[in-house]
Write a protein that binds this ligand. Structure first.
Ligand code: GLU
Length: 435
């Protein structure tokens, strides 16, 4: 790999100056991209190609709400890139989602698919709405209208959505049905993360958390730490956080803190995770009122003295203001973008091993790829086969990037970006530019 050492002396790497003041997800993504591009001595044309999304679609989504009023929501789909194959990425329902965030998340999907060697480009979608305040009927209407507005974008060989924050298997089932009604045939492969009965894959629901744990164990192994001797703090107790907690707990790790929107819960003796999961299931999906731990804040959780910190909630949780207070030895990014670019060098200087999002949480899209393959073959795998192949792909990706990190004395995040950008740009050179 062509390798420009001078980049380490560039001011934005060594001294987080004003250039790094922007902590938006898109700027954070671009800072890492710029750094890797310089390291690779990427030419300006290639840089511009990879920095520009292929497609950005914004639509209005009108529905008739339960009280008979017309309500209009805004929906987005950004296809960042489709060099490696059809674009792939989740659909997010959240009250604050915006095009800037979706652009960053779409680019992260490109790098994520490249890192785990899945033959997809990257995309992301969002609808600015609050699913917690909407009925099932309203959610169904929003999903179906959004899908019908995206009929020209979506397709099993074009662009394939999946669940993300605020969406679930049911939403994927509605997307599949709406798309299929318009194509006059059942098209299961147009979306992943579906219920198993509708062509979903075994193991998909647990895949992101399982992948987080696979790479965390690989990192602990590199550091010579036994999983059974670790203390773990996990921010976020949704799909990714709770499954990561459960699997680390099964490894014998002590989970000293968990959290959700209701706050964080700290127990230095370790929280009983199966009980916490059962509590959330009974308590309409929240940890509110959970008593197996002292109540602390989400911000305090991040600064706990622990071996492994898994931020599995949302973007921008660790930035230049709190990075110096982080005490974990390993940060495994369960969420997308939980660490801003301005915090990267602070964590690196402190000797913390950060397993970047585009590697750590890539288990979800890896099993999405398996789901797409199974749908197209009409042949479905056992859970054991899914998990075995997932673990292998995650472990291989970790090992490959770890070797690059050691060889070039860069961070794991830089190694991931360099690998991904190199892969996509080499593929683009072979395909060439049409027109
Ligand atoms: N939303 C998930 C992610 O951010 C999964 C995407 C997919 O499976 O396509 O990786």
């Amino acid at each position: 790999m062509p390798y420009n050492k001078d980049v380490f002396n560039t001011p934005y790497y060594k001294e987080p100056g004003p250039k790094l003041d922007k902590d938006s997800p898109f700027e954070s993504m671009m800072e890492r991209f710029r750094f890797a591009a310089e390291l690779l001595e990427l030419d300006e044309g290639m840089f511009n190609y990879l920095a520009s999304p292929v497609k950005q679609v914004t639509v209005s989504i009108p529905i008739v709400s339960d009280d008979g009023q017309i309500k209009v929501y805004e929906g987005y789909r950004v296809v960042h890139d489709n060099v490696l194959g059809p674009s792939k990425g989740g659909l997010r329902f959240a009250p604050d989602v915006n095009i800037d965030e979706v652009k960053a998340l779409a680019a992260w999907m490109t790098w994520k698919c490249a890192v785990v060697n899945v033959p997809f480009g990257g995309a992301k979608g969002g609808v600015r709405c609050n699913p917690r305040e909407m009925s099932q009927r309203e959610l169904e209407h929003v999903t179906r209208r959004y899908t019908s507005e995206m009929l020209d974008v979506f397709g099993p060989d074009q662009d394939i959505p999946a669940p993300d924050m605020g969406t679930n298997e049911q939403v994927m089932a509605w997307i599949m049905d709406t798309y299929s009604m318009h194509s006059r045939q059942t098209e299961t492969a147009v979306v992943t993360g579906k219920p198993i009965i509708l062509g979903g894959s075994r193991g998909r629901k647990e895949a992101t958390g399982r992948g987080v744990v696979t790479v965390t164990l690989a990192a602990l192994n590199k550091m010579g730490i036994m999983p059974g001797k670790t203390s773990v703090a996990i921010q976020g107790f949704g799909n990714v956080g709770s499954i990561s907690a459960k699997l680390m707990y099964e490894q014998g790790a002590k989970i000293i803190a968990i959290s959700d929107v209701s706050g964080a819960y700290y127990n230095k003796k370790g929280i009983n995770i199966p009980e916490a999961i059962a509590y959330v299931e009974k308590n309409s999906g929240t940890l509110e009122g959970f008593t197996d731990g002292d109540k602390i804040t989400n911000a305090e959780l991040l600064e706990l003295d622990c071996d492994v910190l898994i931020p599995a909630a949302k973007e921008d949780q660790i930035d230049r203001k709190n990075a110096a207070n982080i005490k974990a030895k390993i940060i495994a990014e369960g969420a997308n973008g939980p660490v801003t670019a301005s915090a990267d060098s602070i964590l690196d200087d402190a000797g913390i091993l950060v397993i970047p999002d585009i590697l750590a949480n890539a288990g979800g899209v890896t099993v999405s790829y398996f789901e797409w393959v199974q749908d197209r073959q009409g042949y479905f795998w056992t859970e054991e086969r899914v998990n075995r192949r997932l673990n292998r792909m995650m472990r291989d990706a970790f090992q490959l990037l770890y070797d690059e990190k050691e060889k070039y004395n860069i961070t794991l995040r830089q190694a991931a970006y360099v690998y991904a950008i190199q892969k996509v740009s080499n593929t683009l050179r072979l395909r060439g530019i049409y027109g």
